[in-house]
Design a protein around this ligand. Structure first.
Ligand code: ATP
Ligand code: MG
Length: 430
């Protein structure tokens, strides 16, 4: 068995380590090889006169980023990282890396994002990138744990669908035998249908596909969404759930990813404080109007610059609530006493939107009427509307983008950094 590098201490004695060659420094009679695995870096010290000749030969022949297996004695030394070094008795090249490398893994200065994404496997060998994906993994882990703990059932809904969730043109058409089909933009309709099935609390973590042509630092064409739907609940209930989940995920990341975050050169992430402010849309646009030049009026969506201006004023996670019904989807529940606004919300990070949610319309006649009033045809939503005719609990839910969650948590500048193999307007490979 190999010893993970973080477990190698002066007390280890004889050790077998396997990893990538991070760096080779040849000082004549003495060569240092820095060996790296995902847990850290170990200095392999090779005094040429004191180790077997085949070790000297292998060390001379090895290239950076090759995979090697080294056995030898661990010794304490203050001059090496971690206060220990390995003096090899064997040094075997398991897989030789070609030269030159398409990306310098040990390079401190980051390469262009496009170059990095082209060779993501090399890029991900860097502690900074590895940290992003360790954090992403922790986010998904804690999300599922938190929701299971709150009695949710995890579901999986189809990604190949016949109809759009919200109409519009943001869909990728696909060839499905002789039928027209699309990649689903959201599990919205399906998770709502499961309220009609009596599941009460469901969540899904899965891909969403958006054929938006815009190329921004916070949009992907394939993203991962955490979707939740809850019966016998209103928008306020699911906002509380979302707030609790966000804080719990931050706490879990802080508790489990501290080392990786530090090794990756990130600042420790600050855990947001509950309760998040709840800012009515009408006040949000006033804040924006007082801070930016562009005109903004009731019924306008929040532009990126408006989002930024409001975010600066708020300085912390916050909800925007009480949205105009005209700019929310047909399934959002209007207020009974003022149907021009609805029980919809967005969870905002000061930099951008993280999540959208609402209490949903659960009465069939009202839903049909709202679909029609958005210029859509209720006939094409028959599969979705049917459960509403046979007993549908009042319900509410939200969708939270995993990439934006990770991006804002770590302060990444581009959402593509939070996906292993991003799909965007131009990128389809690897
Ligand atoms: P935006 O207005 O910022 O484009 P949206 O309102 O279209 O987002 P929703 O349909 O409300 O997005 O989706 C819910 C959440 O899913 C968003 O808040 C976001 O976190 C995530 N999300 C949606 N579309 C994308 C995308 N194209 N790329 C990355 N994440 C996305
Ligand atoms: Mg939204």
């Amino acid at each position: 068995m190999r010893t993970p590098i973080e477990k190698v201490t002066p007390e280890t004695g004889h050790a077998k380590c396997v990893g990538f060659v991070h760096e080779v420094r040849d000082l004549g009679g003495l060569t240092f090889v820095l060996l790296r695995d995902r847990t850290g870096i170990l200095q392999v010290t090779v005094p040429k006169k004191k180790v077997p000749p085949e070790v000297v030969e292998a060390v001379r022949a090895v290239s950076r980023e090759s995979v090697v297996m080294v056995t030898g004695e661990v010794k304490a030394t203050e001059k090496a990282p971690g206060g220990r070094e390995l003096v090899p008795s064997t040094f075997e090249i398991l897989s030789r890396a070609e030269t030159p490398l398409p990306l310098d893994v040990a390079e401190k200065v980051p390469a262009e994002l496009d170059t990095r994404l082209d060779v993501r496997f090399l890029d991900a060998r860097r502690p900074r990138v590895a940290a992003v994906f360790q954090v992403r993994s922790a986010v998904l882990h804690e999300t599922a744990r938190y929701l299971h703990k709150h009695d949710f059932i995890q579901i999986t809904t189809p990604k190949i669908v016949a109809a759009a969730t919200e109409g519009g043109t943001e869909l990728f058409p696909i060839a499905y035998f002789e039928k027209e089909a699309f990649l689903n933009q959201s599990p919205q309709l399906y998770k709502q249908m499961m309220m009609g099935a009596g599941f009460e609390k469901v969540f899904e973590i899965g891909p969403i596909f958006r054929a938006e042509e815009h190329n921004t630092t916070r949009h992907l064409n394939e993203a991962t969404s955490i979707d939740v739907e809850v019966s016998f609940a209103d928008h306020l209930d699911v906002m509380d759930l979302l707030e609790g989940l966000v804080i719990s995920v931050y706490e879990h990341v802080a508790a489990t990813c501290g080392d990786a975050i530090e090794r990756g050169g990130f600042e420790a992430c600050r855990i947001p404080k509950a309760p998040f402010a709840r800012l009515p849309y009408a006040e949000a646009i006033e804040i924006a109007a007082s801070r930016i030049e562009e005109p903004i009026a009731f019924g306008d969506d929040l532009s990126p610059s408006a989002e930024r201006a409001i975010g600066e004023a708020m300085g912390e996670h916050y909800f925007v609530v009480d949205w105009p019904s005209s700019i929310r989807p047909y399934y959002a529940m209007p207020y009974e006493d003022d149907p021009s606004i609805c029980k919809a919300f967005d969870l905002m990070h000061p930099r951008m939107e993280l999540s959208s949610g609402a209490q949903r319309v659960h009465r069939h006649d009202q839903l049909v009427q709202q679909i029609a009033s958005k210029g859509l045809s209720p006939e094409s939503f028959e599969f979705y509307l049917r459960p509403f005719r046979y007993g549908m609990p009042p319900h509410a839910g939200w969708g939270l983008g995993v990439e934006r969650f990770v991006m804002t948590m770590l302060g990444l500048s581009n959402v593509r950094e939070a996906v292993l193999f991003p799909r965007d307007r131009h990128r389809l490979v690897p």
